[in-house]
Structures are given as C-alpha cells and as structure tokens.
Design a protein around this ligand. Structure first.
Ligand code: NAP
Length: 352
C-alpha cells in the first residue's frame, strides 16, 4: 500500500497512524493526535479519562500511588504515543467529553450534535488524544480530570450520557459494559457461576446479573482477596452472591481447592474480572470440563490460558473479553438501575 493511500481518510482511522506504517490505530505505536476533525472524524473536548483498572493499577504501582507522578506518567504516554495506550499492560480506558465538531462527511450519518455530552465506547488505546493539562487524579477510582481533545473515527462508538445516572457513575459502568452484557449471554438457569474479582466494578455487575439469571437452582460464588470491603459486604448482605470465597486468584491451588471444597462439581461459567496478572490457571481449574471461562480481565495472557488449560487437561471454552457487545451500554446501565444497592454503592464511590 502506498503512503498516499494510507493517508487517505479511512473509517477505521488508519490515516492517523504514524508509526509503524501499515499498522491499525490500536496496535500502532504512535498516532497523529492533531486536535482537528478531518472530514470523517468527530472532535471532542475531553474533561475526564477513566483509565482501565489493570492499566491504572500498573501505573499507580510504578508511581508509588503519587498523584503528581501518575499525572506526569500519563501525560508522558500520551505525548509519546498520541493516545493513552499503556505500553506495559497494553490497555487503555475511555473518556467523557463534549462533541466539538463533526466532520462534513459524517454530519448526515451520525445521530449526534455539536455540544452533546458523550462517553466514548472505544478504547483509549486507539483514540487520538491530545492533553493540554491534567487537573486531578483520583487514585481510588482511576479517573483523571484533564483539559484535552480526542478524535472518534467514523467506526467509533459512543453513548450519550443518561440523565438519571450521575455522569461519573455512568463512566465507571460504561467502562466495564462488556462484562454484564456477556454474562447475560452466557448464564443459564441452574448454572454455578464463579466471579473472580467479585468486589470490583465489573465483578459486582457480573454477580448481580448472574444471580438474576441462574435462578433458585443456580449458584453464584464471588471471589476476592478479602470479604471485608464495603463492596464484598454488600454482595453478601444483599444476596448478590450465594457464597463469598476469600482467596488470592494468583494462588492457583489454594483457590481451586477452596472452590472444589464448596462446589465439587465446579463452575459451569467462570468470569475473571481481576486487575492483576497470573490468574488464568485458577480460573480454568475452577471450571468443569465443558464449561466456559470468560476472561474479561485485561491482565489475561492468551499463552498462559491456552497452555494452562492444555497442561491440566481441562476441556473448557475460553472467551476473550470483547469490550463490545451489541447493546452493551444500555444493558450495563440497566443492570445498575435494576439493583439499587449496587447503584447506591457506585454513587458513594464514583459520583464525585
Ligand atoms: P476493579 O474495579 O479494579 O476490580 C478488580 C477486582 O479484582 C477487585 O475486586 C479486586 O479485589 C480483584 N482482585 C485483585 N487482585 C486479586 C487477586 N489476586 N485475586 C482475586 N481478586 C483480585 O476493576 P474493573 O474496572 O472491574 O476491571 C476488571 C478488569 O477488567 C481489569 O483487568 C480491567 O482492566 C478489565 N477491563 C476489561 C475490559 C474489556 O473490554 N475486556 C474493559 C474494561 C476493563 P480488591 O478490590 O480486594 O483488590
């Protein structure tokens, strides 16, 4: 492909790729983040970034939890790559902003007006982002308040922010919208479902969604390193889980033995929602032959999962956590509305 044809405006945004030539925006090292809408692009003014949990944890750990260093670190990634694409975890996040300009080729095609407030539903790893300044970092939630601009391609996805949910809460939910949407597809009545990382954002929504679907004959087992967090207590008190297992999922044998002790038949479905690496084999060993493991976690290694399952001779279907499922934003927001205790918890934690 010639350089000229690569520069031609493309709905998938390949015209923004600087390095390496021929890459797609997501796997490119560097994007052109010039904050001007081309004819097939949408320019947004951005004021909040939600860094995905695996990425934020890695950055926060590398910066000893220091807000100023985290801000400088993120600024540095975006300056170098033209996008918030963590080179260690390979993951990104999403943004909230206002539509500033819609390229002339898209005006008729998109149901969007300048000035509308939206959340992006495509990863920051492929979103050209220009940061002017960083105002605030919230270490507890992984949110960063900035002055900046971002580009959505013609193929990009976004959601208008709901009017009945606080926008910071909506951001937290939309970040993990793929999880409850896939749970709704994968859970059946009577299933035993294990949710690893149950007391995080996606874990809580997954537990609530699974519990509603498995019915009286089914069972939801939440797993997290402690049952003392407010989220874990809420899951237990409001019966969003039937059992809560305190376990470190990196300790493969300890978790799988604890699970086998309370559910010898093992899980029909295991949902991995953790933000740390090396939990693939525990997820596989919690799952019965013929069952399914849904790896929502961005810390998942394909190699560890594939070779791990082979190594222990477990015939399970393993699903990569596609961040997109048709209707996922609406499903995730509705999951929140349907479960007032979880909505109240999200309000306490994220609505500020
Ligand atoms: P979160 O709110 O930070 O929750 C992470 C959960 O993992 C917490 O419950 C945490 O427990 C638990 N955890 C951490 N270490 C653990 C361990 N060793 N054993 C068991 N549990 C452990 O994260 P989130 O926002 O829900 O995101 C979850 C994962 O999905 C992350 O990897 C994130 O990057 C990824 N993600 C994927 C997509 C996608 O499209 N597939 C989109 C967005 C995010 P404690 O709170 O007790 O530490």
């Amino acid at each position: 492909m010639s350089i000229a044809s690569r520069r031609r405006l493309h709905p998938l945004g390949t015209h923004r790729v600087i390095d390496p030539p021929g890459a797609m925006p997501q796997n490119a090292w560097k994007l052109d983040n010039t904050p001007v809408a081309r004819d097939n692009e949408i320019l947004c003014t951005v004021d909040v970034l939600n860094i995905d949990s695996a990425s934020f944890k890695q950055i926060a750990d590398a910066c000893d939890g220091d807000e100023a260093r985290i801000a400088e670190h993120v600024f540095g990634i975006v300056r170098e790559r033209g996008k918030q694409h963590n080179p260690v975890t390979g993951s990104g996040g999403m943004f909230i902003g206002n539509v500033e300009a819609i390229g002339k080729d898209l005006c008729e095609q998109v149901d969007l007006r300048e000035g509308q407030r939206i959340a992006s539903l495509v990863s920051l790893t492929l979103t050209p982002l220009h940061i002017e300044s960083i105002a605030r970092v919230c270490v507890q939630t992984g949110r960063i308040w900035i002055r900046g601009k971002a580009i959505l391609f013609a193929s990009g996805l976004w959601a208008l922010l709901p009017t009945d949910i606080d926008e910071n809460v909506a951001l937290a939910v939309l970040d993990v919208a793929g999880a409850p949407a896939q749970v709704a597809r994968l859970c059946k009545a009577g299933d035993t479902v294990v949710v690893i990382g149950a007391d995080g954002k996606s874990g809580m929504l997954a537990c609530a969604s699974a519990k509603a679907l498995v019915g009286e004959r089914g069972r939801v087992i939440g797993v997290a390193p402690s049952d003392r967090s407010a989220a874990a207590r809420l899951l237990i008190e409001h019966n969003f889980v039937d059992t809560f297992l305190v376990a470190d999922a990196r300790d493969t044998l300890a978790l799988s033995e604890k699970l086998a002790a309370i559910a010898p038949e093992l899980a029909d479905l295991t949902i991995n929602c953790v933000n740390v690496p090396e939990t693939e084999l525990a997820s596989i060993l919690c799952t019965k032959d013929g069952g399914t493991v849904y790896f929502f976690s961005m810390s998942t290694s394909f190699t560890a999962a594939a070779l791990g399952a082979e190594g222990v001779g477990r015939d399970v279907t393993m699903i990569v956590g596609n961040g997109y499922a048709r209707g996922h934003a609406a499903t995730a927001l509705q999951t929140l509305r349907d479960h007032p205790p979880i909505h109240a918890y999200f309000n306490d934690k994220y609505a500020h």
